[in-house]
Design a protein around this ligand. Structure first.
Ligand SMILES: Nc1nc2c(c(=O)[nH]1)N[C@H]1C(S)=C(S)[C@@H](COP(=O)(O)OP(=O)(O)OC[C@H]3O[C@@H](n4cnc5c(=O)[nH]c(N)nc54)[C@H](O)[C@@H]3O)O[C@H]1N2
Ligand SMILES: Nc1nc2c(c(=O)[nH]1)N[C@H]1C(S)=C(S)[C@@H](COP(=O)(O)OP(=O)(O)OC[C@H]3O[C@@H](n4cnc5c(=O)[nH]c(N)nc54)[C@H](O)[C@@H]3O)O[C@H]1N2
Ligand SMILES: [Mo]
Length: 744
């Protein structure tokens, strides 16, 4: 569970929100950022669902909601414990669900006792009457769906936030149900696919841990020698070590010099950066990013646009921008926010001299001397393969863990070509797609399995998309069984069971394997490339990953149960002492990372008394180059600006449209235009992060290749976002921080 919810896949789907009686939104602004998906919310609301938004800003989404709580940034844990406090006090929890399918809700109940409405009001700034009302409405309108996006994740305690939100759903029995679940709104097109296939530095594709078992599994999938893979690394230790993350690659370049955080990278710094489809200028601590870029020996960018990483650097040579084709010029599978696959058919051939992304990767593999190994699992293994179909086949053979197994290019194409043959609410297919769910949402265990529309739903049989929770953390903890009491319907094994392995399959399924089956079968369902384990499980109506309790106590996490910790930079320094951050962490994705030592160094709020909130605009996306290069989109926001409450502005003598200076505790600053709005309160400002091209007053326009300067450039919000990284996944704390403002 931690895997799917931690990384943010939806348990249900946008369509399934049609069955929700309540929608609670934490730190997401879908009216702006997912305007098409938001149609599903609005339709549900027209049909009587109540909508609740928790956000430090009165957003467009809040404006469409029935209830709104204006929360102090970084205090969602306090808010949710406040809800749980009221739920337990009134006995509104789903006792049967908790008893049958959850492990250790008692420890949450105990923590929730501390969070009385009064304490919550003090910490979050939300009136206790509002908390009481929202909790009552949410508890009494079930099933309720819980939505989150970046407002919940971009914090030092982001991972804890994303654990406590599902716990609320477990407590109310809103998990594993149509109309319930955690519907996390993902960011980019195919970002779900990107994380599934392993664009993360701490695991192999399919979230396999970096250890020998996983590497051997992939040696098998990729048809290369395990020893050859080992030989590509300096040491086995480095082979099993998480890499640098996108948020901290620059620390790898700066190598602890000039007071920067120390690195642990086999005694070498990073020399080259290859960028494929990331803005780079969207990363926190832009001045450090710039310094990192300046100190590279080589910068290679493949992008359909001039990626402004090449513009904000003072580096003079060894910068290469290679023209990548866009999504309209490529084909292959993409994975949507609800885990379903679609086939993208190429609309046109790549234009001008642009090339699809795989071209650059193949050429790079040739230059580095391992092209043969790189393509060995494709087609005949001798370099003759069908692209991209064979790539999909390789993935489905490898990514057992999340159940890509039943995806084939043929099945996925069939769905995309017949997307009108599916029910718009249940995703269930008819005619050509009878019985299957649109896009075969993973886990899709075998080529006959229909996909899983809603995760952990035991009111459906496994062959109709039902599952229990995964048994990923052993059979017992503190002497208590981790297996669930009841399981998916329609199976003779209607109770908890462990994940299925070669050793236990005969006993648990009550079957006898033939010698041939034993010979072919892998050790465990997750590494069994023969897929016999999954096939046998389907015959018995059970999920190969087991049927366990959802654990709310995660003993391998920095906080076993989520607890509130103040942001590193907080307006409430008094609370930072009461709810301190973590101990500084050595070697966190290869970089020493500071927590308490920054937080408790001083009371920043004296010099930096304003909350700094960053977020998105409807007309611009991410780093913003794609849209600022569009005349019409740029015209809507031609300049970088800061949202400020008129009453706050007045205190500083700032008028609407005046230039204002924003300074950060890092010693960095930007000058931008003030834009008056009551959407932010009187102690906060909000910055969109889609601009760059100006760095602390220095206009970098001369660095754009002739004719490529976008219609709008400006200071980057990330020049003033503060130091701070999540303790588990290292996402920057771009939604918590402080600043000082003055009239410029
Ligand atoms: N137009 C447009 N659409 C986009 C994007 C874009 O750039 N432009 N980007 C895409 C991507 S990559 C992503 S990841 C998604 C992101 O989608 P969202 O997460 O919706 O995006 P944000 O506007 O960054 O943040 C959402 C809200 O979190 C609030 N917030 C800040 N701090 C806190 C907090 O501590 N607690 C709570 N409860 N709320 C808080 C902010 O005020 C903001 O309204 O959008 C995607 N869609
Ligand atoms: N302060 C602050 N900072 C933030 C956030 C925030 O809320 N606040 N949000 C964070 C989040 S959630 C995200 S996802 C990031 C934004 O994420 P970024 O990835 O930085 O944003 P994009 O602008 O979408 O960058 C994508 C780049 O890929 C290029 N591109 C498009 N299509 C293709 C293709 O087919 N192939 C290749 N090779 N390139 C392509 C685009 O031209 C663009 O340069 O920002 C993060 N930074
Ligand atoms: Mo994102």
């Amino acid at each position: 569970m931690a895997n799917t919810w931690g990384y943010g896949a939806m348990t249900n789907s946008l369509n399934d929100i049609a069955f929700s009686k309540a929608i609670i939104i934490f730190g997401a602004n879908p009216a702006v950022n997912h305007p098409v998906g938001f149609r599903h919310f609005l339709k549900a609301r027209e049909n009587g669902a109540v909508m609740i938004t928790i956000d430090p800003r009165y957003t467009h989404t809040a404006a469409k909601s029935d209830y709104f709580a204006q929360i102090r940034p970084g205090t969602d844990i306090a808010f949710i414990y406040g809800m749980l406090h009221i739920i337990f006090k009134n006995g509104w929890q789903d006792k049967e669900f908790i008893n049958n399918r959850v492990y250790d809700m008692e420890s949450i109940e105990k923590e929730a006792l501390k969070w009385t409405p009064e304490v919550v009001e003090d910490v979050t700034g939300v009136k206790k009457e509002t908390l009481l009302k929202i909790t009552e409405v949410y508890a009494k309108n079930r099933p309720g769906t819980l939505i989150w996006a970046m407002g919940l994740t971009q914090h030092t305690i982001g991972t804890s936030n994303t654990r406590l939100a599902p716990i609320l759903q477990l407590a109310l029995g809103n998990a594993g149900k149509s109309g319930g679940g955690c519907n996390i709104l993902r960011g980019h097109d195919n970002v779900q696919g990107a994380s599934d296939v392993g664009c993360l530095s701490e695991n192999l594709p399919g979230y396999y841990a970096l250890n020998e078992t996983s590497w051997r599994h992939y040696a098998n999938v990729w048809k290369v020698d395990y020893e050859w893979l080992v030989s590509r690394f300096v040491s086995k230790e480095m082979m099993h070590k998480s890499g640098f993350t996108l948020s901290r690659w620059w620390a790898g370049v700066l190598d602890g010099k000039n007071g920067n955080d120390k690195i642990h990278n086999a005694n070498t710094s990073l020399k080259a950066l290859v960028v494929m489809g990331n803005g780079i200028t969207s990363t926190a601590q832009q001045v450090k990013v710039q310094e990192g870029l300046d100190n590279l020996e080589l910068l290679v960018i493949t992008d359909p646009f001039v990626n402004e990483a090449a513009v904000i650097t003072n580096k003079k040579d060894n910068i290469f921008i290679l023209p990548a084709a866009t999504q309209y010029e490529c084909s292959g599978t993409v994975v949507a926010t609800n885990r379903s696959a679609q086939w993208r058919f190429k609309a046109i051939e790549p234009m001008y001299e642009s090339k699809p992304d795989e071209y650059f990767l193949f050429e790079l593999a040739k230059k580095l001397g391992f092209y043969d190994e790189y393509v060995r699992s494709l087609g005949d293994g001798k370099g003759n393969f069908q692209w991209p179909e064979d790539a999909t086949r390789e993935l489905t053979n490898g990514l057992k863990s999340i159940g890509y197994t039943g995806w084939t290019p043929e099945r996925i194409k069939n769905h995309t070509l017949h997307w009108d043959k599916f029910d718009k609410k249940t995703l269930k297919g008819f005619d050509e797609c009878k019985g299957e769910y649109y896009g075969l949402p993973w886990p899709c265990w075998t080529t006959k399995h229909p996909g899983t529309p809603n995760l952990y739903d035991i009111t459906k049989s496994v062959m109709d998309g039902g599952t229990g929770f995964r048994n990923n953390f052993g059979l017992e903890h503190n002497g208590i069984s981790q297996l669930a009491i009841d399981g998916p319907i329609g199976s003779p094994i209607n109770k908890g069971y462990p994940q299925i392995t070669k050793d236990n399959i005969e006993e648990i399924l009550g079957i006898t394997l033939t010698d041939e089956e034993k010979e072919k079968m892998g050790k465990s369902w997750s590494t069994d490339t023969s897929n016999i384990i999954a096939e046998k499980c389907m015959e018995k109506g059970i999920a190969p990953y087991g049927n366990a309790r959802a654990r709310v106590r995660a003993w391998n996490f920095p906080d076993e149960i989520p607890i509130h910790r103040e942001p590193l930079h907080s307006r409430r320094h008094d609370l930072a002492k009461k709810y301190p951050s973590y101990e500084d962490k050595i070697d966190h994705y290869r970089v020493d990372t500071k927590y308490k030592s920054v937080q408790l160094a001083k009371d920043y709020s004296k010099e930096f008394p304003i909350n700094l909130i960053t977020g998105r605009l409807v007309n611009l996306n991410g780093a913003g180059m794609e849209n600022r290069a569009s005349h019409f989109l740029a015209r809507l926001t031609p300049e970088m600006f800061c949202d400020i409450n008129p009453n706050l502005a007045k205190k500083y003598g700032i008028k609407d449209g005046d230039m204002m200076k924003i300074s950060s505790p890092e010693g960095t600053w930007i000058k931008v235009k003030a834009r008056f709005t009551y959407a932010v309160n009187e102690v906060s400002v909000h910055l969109p992060f889609h601009f760059t091209g100006v760095m602390q007053g220095v206009d970098m326009s001369k660095n754009y290749p002739t004719g490529t300067r976008p219609y709008a450039i400006g200071e980057s919000a990330n020049t003033v976002t503060n130091y701070g990284y999540d303790i588990f996944c290292q996402i920057p704390e771009t939604k918590g921080g402080l600043c000082r403002i003055e009239k410029a």
